[in-house]
Design a protein around this ligand. Structure first.
Ligand code: 5GP
Ligand code: MN
Length: 339
């Protein structure tokens, strides 16, 4: 981000403003962590701040300091829309296009508020007055840390900010193992720990609060895992009936796709999850090396994301979606076998 932009933002934030922070639909650790981290920071600057998420999110993210302040657009649409409409500034975090906010898209498009984007997804739209976009970043949480640093305010990071930002860096880097994890990421994390993030407690809140049913659902997913060695691909399916059998709760399938990728020799992993309510098959894609699941998702599944992690959807049945997936693999064979 240009120096000149930073000083304009500094100027803008030097007097109290009505601010709304929004993130993408089906918010994950990075969406919630970056939003709450920025929330705590802006509240310290005497702004009137509201955090709005398009829809509900998993309980393993509901312990983060400030969680009670989060508004859910699906549940309180009129209130959220008027906050968006009346705000001076809207920070849009962890997404690159308004349609990623689901039902909030029209309110955001119509709002006259000044928009500031902080995001690490590919191909950002240009709706924002200030676009802080960097696809090389591990997470939006890391970017919020750098944003606060650019505003010369690292000394304002308290334990609530540090804890919130730690969550998203941890979840988006797969606990600091993905290639997006740099030495700078570790320096940021070290500073967050010094400023009050309790790494072990945070890990426990996010990863060690499984229900028995969730582990049984994981067992079902692993039973359904199929490997296509000729395409160096593994995929998992979960039907609505299977989700029902294991008393599925939001977030229960988080991370399951990574089991496919953990197989030796597998370069591409996918999970297909039936969602009858939305009338879609929700797809998550993961890859190793240079194989771009962002490209695959954009080309075939109306989605996108990052090179090694992307999402998308299909309006076909679960069976037809799998047929389609298998049918496109030969066109990627060279790329898959080059890895
Ligand atoms: P996940 O598979 O965990 O839902 O998402 C992986 C990555 O892809 C995340 O960075 C997420 O923001 C992005 N993503 C997930 N679903 C979609 C989608 O439908 N469209 C786009 N453009 N990105 C998605
Ligand atoms: Mn993210």
């Amino acid at each position: 981000m240009k120096k000149q932009h930073i000083s304009s933002i500094k100027q803008l934030l030097s007097t109290p403003k009505k601010i709304v922070i929004v993130a993408h639909k089906n918010p994950d650790g990075d969406a919630i962590g970056s939003s709450l981290g920025l929330y705590h920071y802006l509240v310290k600057g005497n702004h009137n701040v509201n955090v709005i998420m398009p829809n509900d999110y998993p309980s393993f993210l509901k312990w983060i300091p400030g969680n009670d302040a989060v508004l859910i657009h699906d549940a309180q649409t009129a209130t959220c829309d008027s906050l968006i409409n009346e705000s001076d500034i809207i920070f849009t975090l962890d997404f690159n296009a308004f349609h990623r906010t689901g039902n909030m898209e029209s309110a955001l498009t119509e709002s006259n508020a000044l928009k500031i984007m902080i995001d690490h997804h590919q191909a950002p739209d240009n709706y924002a007055a200030y676009t802080f976009s960097d696809v090389s970043m591990s997470s939006t949480c890391e970017m919020v840390y750098h944003f606060i640093n650019m505003l010369d305010d690292l000394d304002k990071i308290n334990s609530a900010i540090a804890t919130s930002l730690y969550v998203g860096i941890m979840t988006d880097t797969g606990s600091f193992r993905f290639s997006s994890t740099t030495s700078t990421t570790h320096r940021v994390v070290a500073d967050l720990i010094e400023k009050g993030a309790n790494n072990s407690e945070i890990h426990n809140h996010v990863f060690d609060t499984n229900s028995y049913e969730r582990l049984q659902l994981l067992g079902c997913a692993l039973t359904n895992l199929k490997v296509l060695p000729e395409h160096r691909t593994a995929y998992i399916t979960l039907s609505q009936q299977e989700l029902h059998n294991f008393n599925y709760k939001k977030g229960d399938t988080e991370g399951v796709v990574n089991y496919g990728l953990s197989l030796d020799g597998v370069v591409l992993a996918a999970i297909f999850i039936e969602d009858r309510q939305e009338g879609i098959i929700k797809i998550s894609l993961r890859s190793k090396g240079n194989f771009s699941v962002n490209e695959m998702s954009r080309a075939h599944f109306e989605g996108g994301g990052h090179t090694n992690a992307a999402g998308g959807k299909s309006y076909l049945s679960l069976e037809k979606t799998i047929e389609k997936f298998i049918s496109i693999l030969p066109s990627y064979n060279k790329a898959l076998n080059d890895e």
